[in-house]
Design a protein around this ligand. Structure first.
Ligand SMILES: Cc1ncc(C[n+]2csc(CCOP(=O)(O)OP(=O)(O)O)c2C)c(N)n1
Ligand SMILES: [Mg+2]
Length: 628
């Protein structure tokens, strides 16, 4: 690559932009930094956003589109959904400290999921009435001033800043976006005092854009490390690659596929928050669990196995690839590895591939071919078993969640964007979704319920030409204040399909309760109070109330026609919701007694369940891997 390409050919001179107030600089820098949509929830002190964006439209100058949202958590989740699909930052704007609190669990998701978003809020005006434009003019403003607004969110942000009078406002936005978009990517927060946002500008302003500040190039591993990994892989009899969220950079997928194919390395999904490897590929899900492998390559997967039982053996080689392999954002981490590679997933896969091609001998190749054939065979067996499972589920009364997932899989196009917030039904959703293309499968990346509806909305804003489908648990759906999300979806004709798995219960308070206290007083009395909400809300009516389309299905044969009608609705611009009425998880435990989906220990299960439950036996069994 030419040096000019590496350093960029753009002029470093700061651009000059039209601006009468500081807020004009703020919105211009947002748009020039890649933000197309500002998800906005009203507040008296953030009228400057409305004014500046209207002004920019009049002037024909850069500014994001202002999107009216009626709940802050939906606004932030929409920004997350937009950023995860577009690969570009998105922004939200809300009212003072209270709006910031209403962002709620979405702040956690932004942080844990590594979303490059600019989260903003106004601050309560504090200039003495009449002394400054934007100063106090209402009694409520005395109660709007916390000691430090940024402190509310600080531990969930890469950086936070309060816009101050000595700042260059355009520069500060570009700088925050540079930080958000640099690896490891993540959220940033800015609070904007109304007085600062309304400070006058002399008609123009000068600032560097995000790209003029620049983003660092992806990091490559040391060539000798790449050779070492290639050597371990070539000589391995039973390797496995655990891929978690590297698909957040979609271009890494092809590189990892190329490497896996060269050496016939099977891929285990880890927690799998992004499509990091095509799930339909013969190498996907066909290999050993890490505990049985002799070489384990972990790629961007914070929890690749459940210790202690799921951990690889002491003589297995472990290679850990991540832009931040020791995961400094997580406090307690007991993993060890033979090689920690602080490098980009795609670049590292390519480097190992290149190293391996020059080392492979004929006998290596024939050993690898044997493995490839074996894995292909296993994939075929898995696929027919899944098909059989799906068909069998269709014959079950009461309605089976597997059947809903099976039918859902049938309406997904290869480029449909699927958001999976289906919790205990995430396994079946994944099994039947047949996701192969990068950027077609997403989970939140965090553990906060409530991401789905807002994120689906944002995903649709980022990709209006693609179908967007949300598969969600009924509990998680309610955590996401779905009414405002569906209203916004309908209002802007940004429709998505929601399939709600209405099991009228939480796995935490049912299966989880039972796993935690199998012989406790609650089990003895068959008392699941706190875990079951039956009868549930009428989710179909909720969609209708938000100007969307809703249907409830109860019988297996109703599912496919209802999904077809719902798809038709979204293609005509109306958000649609299918509420699939299922047995409660308590009822399901008796129906499925031989194969209860408990969330303890098993690797197969841990990526499907977002919660843990305390088991005394687990604590007793703990042993740590020898550090080498
Ligand atoms: C905001 C928030 N509150 C509580 C939890 C704890 N929690 C984890 S899983 C779960 C159950 C979710 O229920 P549902 O969406 O109905 O899925 P199901 O368990 O029925 O599959 C709960 C309550 C959480 N993760 N996030
Ligand atoms: Mg539920």
């Amino acid at each position: 690559m030419a040096v000019e390409e590496l350093i960029g050919t753009q002029s470093r001179a700061w651009g000059e932009y039209r601006a009468e107030e500081w807020s004009d600089a703020v919105v211009a820098a947002m748009k020039l930094g890649g933000i197309d949509n500002l998800f906005f929830v009203s507040g008296s002190e953030i009228a400057f956003y409305q004014e500046s964006i209207a002004r920019a439209r009049q002037w024909g100058t850069p500014a994001p589109r202002l999107v009216t949202v009626t709940h802050e958590s939906v606004a932030l989740n929409a920004a997350l959904g937009s950023a995860m699909v577009s690969g570009q930052p998105a922004a939200s704007a809300v009212h003072v400290d209270v709006g910031t609190f209403n962002y709620g669990g979405a702040l956690h998701t932004a942080w844990r999921g590594g979303y490059p978003v600019l989260i903003t809020a106004g601050t309560g005006p504090r200039a003495y009435p009449g002394t400054m434009t934007g100063g106090r003019n209402s009694a409520v403003q005395w109660v709007q001033e916390p000691r430090d607004q940024g402190e509310i969110v600080r531990q969930y942000m890469k950086l936070d800043h309060r816009l101050e009078h000595q700042d260059n406002p355009g520069l500060m936005i570009s700088r925050l976006l540079q930080v958000a978009m640099s690896e490891p990517k993540g959220p940033v927060y800015m609070s904007l005092p109304r007085e600062s946002a309304m400070l006058p500008m002399p008609g123009t302003t000068r600032f560097p854009t995000r790209d003029q500040l620049g983003l660092a190039r992806p990091v490559w591993p040391d060539p000798s490390d790449a050779r070492k990994v290639a050597e371990w892989l070539i000589h391995s009899n039973n390797p496995v690659l655990v891929s978690g969220k590297s698909g957040r950079n979609p271009e890494s997928v092809a590189e990892i596929v190329r490497l896996a194919e060269l050496l016939a390395i099977p891929v285990s999904p880890g927690r799998g928050d992004r499509l990091s490897f095509p799930t339909t590929h013969p190498l996907y899900g066909t290999g050993p669990q890490p505990k049985n492998a002799d070489v384990v390559i972990v790629i961007e997967s914070p929890v690749p196995w459940m210790p202690p039982d799921g951990a690889p053996s002491d003589d297995a080689k472990i290679v850990w690839i991540d832009v931040d392999p020791v995961q400094a954002r997580y406090k307690t981490m007991e993993w060890s590895a033979d090689l920690w590679l602080a490098a980009d997933a795609g670049c590292t896969a390519r480097a190992i591939y290149d190293a391996a091609t020059s080392m492979l001998t004929q006998s290596d190749l024939s050993r690898i071919e044997e493995r490839r054939a074996r894995l292909q065979q296993r994939k075929q067996e898995q696929e027919s078993a899944a098909e059989e499972r799906g068909q069998r589920a269709g014959r079950r009364h009461p309605l089976s969640p597997q059947w809903v997932a099976y039918q859902l899989g049938k309406v997904l196009e290869p480029n449909t964007i699927l958001l999976d917030d289906a919790l205990s039904n995430s396994g079946p959703v994944q099994d039947f979704a047949g996701r192969s293309d990068p950027s077609t499968y997403f989970r939140s990346g965090g553990s906060s319920g409530g991401w789905g509806a807002g994120a689906a909305l944002g995903a649709k804003f980022a990709a209006p030409d693609r179908d967007v489908v949300l598969a969600t648990g009924d509990g998680y759906f309610m955590f996401g204040t779905p009414m405002p999300a569906l209203w916004c979806s309908s209002h802007y004709k940004m429709p998505f399909l929601t399939v709600v798995f209405v099991n009228r219960s939480y796995s935490t308070g049912t299966n989880g309760l039972k796993a935690t206290y199998p012989e406790g007083a609650a089990m003895e009395a068959n008392n699941y109070e706190g875990g079951v909400f039956d009868p549930p809300p009428d989710f179909a009516k909720l969609a209708e109330a938000a100007n969307g389309y809703g249907e409830t299905v109860r019988e297996p044969e109703e599912v496919a026609p209802a999904l077809a009608r719902a798809m038709d609705q979204i293609h005509r611009g109306t958000p649609a919701l299918i509420a699939a009425m299922l047995p409660t998880l308590v009822e399901e435990m008796t129906l499925l007694r031989p194969r209860l989906p408990l969330c303890l220990g098993q690797a197969r299960v841990t990526h499907r369940c977002n919660y843990g439950s305390a088991s005394p036996t687990q604590h007793q069994k703990h042993k740590s891997r020898t550090v080498r």
